[in-house]
Design a protein around this ligand. Structure first.
Ligand code: ATP
Length: 306
């Protein structure tokens, strides 16, 4: 478990983290989502004891991470995908890291296999593509089988297969009961990966709740109905508290009535339906609906973070 309490981090006049409080629990994937510059990496660095907070604190399993006796066996972290000696082979890099915490060569081979680098394990890490570097960074993070895994923008540089692989890996690690904390500035990616959502903007927590609650809350009861006589249907279902908007030719979106009720009214009125579906918003649509766009993701989503 990771606990962040009233965390503030300033660099000179820049406030990178402005009073964040949240808990990351085991057994689920927690997505740490916010545009570039929102304070995600800084928070992760403070959690790992790589930066000192200006005020507040971060605890891993009840104590500051810096006090951990076997840090990499406690928290596996990917902060900078290329934080390794470029001349060493991937296997030798992992063996060197493993030797510091008593991890043997067999485990090195296992993690190489887990991240899909077995075939290139003898090659210099410096020759690796960004995606292969990310995989090696993840192998390093998982080497000592840590109960807490923290990955900062892990999908950066990965191809679609690699992105799917990270998603499956994160879910597997959470299913094993680990605490999995993953940052991203991509809503579409987080939507598919995380069970729980912590959205930050300008150094503050904006949302901290289960993904499904967040999306359900924003979605409300939205039903999309397609019918040849859609105008007749709209008249038949109209009433107090019911919002009907035209979606496209022959299709309306209804709020305030369940799909079942709309189907019943249509049947009673002899109106043929071609489609009747409850519509769930995407994470991005939910975010725009619930937060009044308090944080601007749009100007940033094209950028890749450093
Ligand atoms: N070492 C530093 N010195 C000065 N300013 C910093 C430092 N590290 C971060 N900042 C600033 O703090 C703010 C938060 O940055 P941070 O990297 O934590 O955001 P982020 O959400 O992780 O974004 P990104 O995805 O771009 O890494 C930014 O304005 C950044 O410029």
């Amino acid at each position: 478990m990771i606990e962040v309490e009233q965390l503030v981090k300033r660099y000179g006049t820049t406030t990178a983290v402005d009073g964040m409080t949240f808990t990351v629990r085991p057994g689920r994937v927690t997505g740490f989502l916010g545009p570039n510059g929102a304070g995600k990496s800084t928070t992760m660095r403070v959690i790992l004891g790589l930066d000192r907070p200006t005020s507040g604190r971060a605890l891993v399993d009840g104590m500051p991470y810096a006090d951990s006796r076997a840090p990499i066996a406690h928290v596996g972290a990917l902060l900078d995908g290329k934080a390794f000696d470029r001349t060493r082979s991937a296997r030798n890099h992992l063996r060197a890291v493993g030797a510091t915490v008593g991890v043997g060569n067999r485990r090195v081979d296992d993690v190489l296999d887990l991240v899909g680098l077995t075939d290139v394990a003898g090659k210099a890490a410096g020759s690796f593509s960004l995606g292969m570097g990310q995989r090696l960074g993840i192998a390093t993070a998982l080497l000592a089988d840590p109960p807490v895994v923290m990955l900062d923008e892990p999908v950066n540089g990965l191809d679609p297969d690699g992105i799917k692989w990270i998603r499956a890996l994160a879910r597997q690690l959470a299913a094993e009961g680990r605490t999995v904390f993953i940052s991203s500035h991509l809503m579409s990616e987080m939507e598919l990966t995380a069970d729980h959502l912590i959205i930050v903007g300008h150094g503050k927590v904006i949302t901290d709740q289960p993904m499904t609650d967040f999306i359900d809350q924003a979605s409300g009861e939205r039903v999309e109905v397609a019918a040849p006589r859609v105008a007749d249907l709209a008249r038949a279902i109209a009433g107090p508290g019911i919002e009907i908007s035209a979606a496209e030719e022959g299709v309306i979106e209804v709020r305030g009535l369940t799909a079942a009720r709309i189907g019943e009214v249509a049947a009673e009125s002899g109106i043929v339906l071609h489609q009747l579906a409850t519509r769930r918003l995407s994470l991005e649509e939910a975010f725009m609906t619930l937060t009044d766009d308090a944080v601007d993701f749009h100007g940033h989503t094209e950028r890749t973070s450093a």
